[in-house]
Design a protein. Structure first.
Length: 366
């Protein structure tokens, strides 16, 4: 086994100061008309007004609505991505237990600057539909429910997806705006929405994979960014049901993303409990997993001592996506069982036992 490689980013223990964790609670513009980033911080709802025509340079903006749905046995990903020079829509299903991709349908398009415009916010009612070649998709978000539809031929079969996910009243998320040092027009804005019980089907020809709200959750990764060409990130996310000492059921989730840009104003790290966001400090892994430690236990550390979990992997879902030689995403999305504890804002400690969740390490050129 090779020695641990050096990280390509500064670990929070190397920061001169802790992140300010600047919270926005009122509507504010994201960009000036010349493309300068005006807001840097986080919010429990997306309060950042995004005018895509202000993003400079125009051909460097990237936008996506990405959904991941899983019950710990099967994982579905449905994504529409527009990276200005082009993009794609795709749907795939992965058998996590047997570690294989069952179906992966993708349709690529060229020129996305003035077509296939995704919604300006991901956590308010919106509607998006598109037909690209033989592929069609519909993303419909209402106050209390999201629905996803996708259909496309793949080989000699048809891929067809129908999913519905619940949005509990008052459900909070974490929306984060990160900047890049000495690059005033670069930004990374995402909304991560957890804790959405989900049901539906993924059909591939005569094969039907059913998901129920008893054990299935959906996560939304909504991104509107304008970034340097090369970058890395970690992204960990999960949702589950927890039962208290009285036997009452609660929904718990977490979102941890780091190593992107300048985190001095906010970190994309948060706990969720019964729909409420509990902001935590910076998070990292004790051992950098690259190049050959992805399937070893991931022990997490946090600057405020509120995220004390270890992931024991059971599958390294390794992908290397190359779109027209213009964009490449090299990812290790590691799925596992998580154990330990987390601490909410009021000091309540939640014990986590064998929770299914994932954490990925990604290297991008896009």
């Amino acid at each position: 086994m090779s020695a641990e490689m050096k990280r390509t980013y500064k670990n929070y223990t190397e920061w001169k100061e802790k992140s300010k964790q600047t919270e926005y609670t009122e509507k504010t513009p994201l960009l000036a008309s010349d493309g300068t980033l005006l807001a840097k911080g986080w919010a429990r709802k997306n309060v950042f007004d995004y005018e895509r025509s202000f993003s400079k340079p125009n051909k460097r903006k990237k936008e996506w609505d990405f959904y991941q749905i899983s019950n710990g046995k099967y994982m579905v990903q449905i994504n529409f991505a527009n990276i200005s020079i082009g993009g794609y829509v795709n749907a795939k299903i992965v058998d996590l237990e047997n570690q294989k991709t069952i179906a992966d349908a993708m349709q690529i398009f060229l020129g996305g600057d003035k077509k296939y415009i995704l919604p300006a916010k991901g956590d308010t009612p919106n509607f998006f539909s598109a037909k690209l070649g033989k592929a069609e998709c519909v993303f419909d978000t209402k106050e209390t429910v999201r629905t996803l539809y996708f259909k496309m031929p793949l080989k000699d079969k048809i891929v067809e997806c129908n999913f519905t996910m619940d949005i509990m009243p008052g459900l909070e998320n974490i929306t984060t705006v990160l900047s890049f040092e000495n690059l005033p027009t670069k930004y990374f804005m995402t909304t991560k929405q957890n804790c959405m019980p989900c049901e539906g089907t993924f059909k591939y020809g005569d094969e039907v994979y059913e998901f129920t709200k008893d054990d299935t959750f959906a996560y939304l990764d909504w991104g509107r960014v304008n970034t340097p060409y090369k970058m890395v990130w970690y992204w960990g996310n999960g949702s589950t049901y927890l039962y208290d000492e009285n036997g009452e059921k609660h929904i718990f989730g977490f979102e941890i993303t780091w190593a992107i840009g300048d985190e001095s104003n906010a970190t994309e790290t948060c706990l969720f409990y019964d729909g409420k966001a509990h902001k935590i400090g910076a998070v990292d892994v004790k051992t950098f997993p690259k190049p050959d430690k992805f399937t070893e236990p991931w022990e997490f550390m946090s600057e405020d001592g509120r995220f004390n979990l270890t992931m024991t992997p059971f599958y390294d879902y390794h992908t290397d996506l190359n779109v027209l030689d213009l964009a490449r995403m090299h990812a290790h999305q590691v799925h596992g069982k998580w154990n330990g504890n987390v601490i909410l804002d009021d000091g309540t400690k939640l014990e986590i036992k064998d929770m299914y969740a994932f954490c990925e390490y990604v290297e991008n050129k896009w």
